[in-house]
Design a protein around this ligand. Sequence first.
Ligand code: PLP
Length: 373
Amino acid sequence: MKEASRLSQISTSMIRRMFEIVEKAKKEGRDIISLTIGEPDFDTPQEVVERACRAMNTGFTHYTSNFGLEELRSAIAERYGVESSNVMVTAGGSEALLNASLAFIEEGSKVVIPSPNFLSYFTYAKMCGGKIVQLKTHDSNFLPDVDRLNEIVDRNVSVIFLNYPNNPTGAVIKEKDLRAIAEIAADSGAIVVSDEIYDQIYYDIKPTSLAGEENVVCVNGFSKSLAMTGWRIGFTIADEKLLDPMLKVHQVNGVCAPAFAQKAVAEVMAEGLFDTIVSRMVKEFRKRRDYLYSELSRIYDVVKPEGAFYMFLNVGEDCMRYAEKLIGLGVAVTPGLPFGEWNETYVRISYANSLENLKRAVEIIKEYEGQRA
Ligand code: PLP
């Protein structure tokens, strides 16, 4: 078997190693509190499930248009202040990201990724033959410095990946800076892929959407906002001339999101239930964020997350060593390395876990730090 050369730079070893460590601990009968989870710990709300069952029973079991059900496109368009012709429904946010990458990353072109960032961007860029240029954000609260970005971006940049609220840091960028980056990209002919998948999960600052900006592809979905990770339903908002290249990929990639999932979400949005469901979840996430921040900021260097359900801690030692030691004590965290350069001493904590488990985890972390001191 010979793997295609486009995959030669892509590795799954780190994820495998962490998985093996957790599996080994479980086999040994140890109770592990996992703070590695990248999805809400809540089940999909009943409001969605009931409507999906009804949809399945009334024939929403076939292909839909590649663009998605019109009623869902319209509901999304209304929410983001665009036309429904600017919306393409996809099989999750991941499909939308791959569509955008294959559509816009020219082989050999530069792909700008602020670090730390969602690990998949590095994979998409490598798969498409892009040259990754990382922008350090550790000394600016995990937000890109616009002047520094301006120095990096030239006509060889094809795509700039942005993600606010951010995975793994929870950082939310200011509207002024976000729009300035979109302008820098436009001036040099680059496309901004603005991954807004956590836009509903925020605490004090409402994240800005770049929907409607000319050279921007917004990626979003319902995996996080409606706790629907297993349903595979996402969407892209972009100018029609940008949707067209992505449709070339989508028609052979995701094809369409599950019809019953589209119908259920469309109804939830039309009936005005979306915000109520989201706020129920965010209320819980806020309690956990406040608890974790107050505890962990006393021990580590942490930036207070403004969105999503992650915290990125500088633990002051090799992240793999730290993660392995902590597993030994019963807590699993994600090492910072896969999130980009300069993350060797960082780990990501997901608070998509009960407050009770978070409290136990904090006690274990304190115990570890007590041993280290
Ligand atoms: N973008 C970011 C920043 C994410 O964290 C994730 C999932 O963890 C995704 C996209 C993918 O979401 P989906 O499940 O909709 O493919």
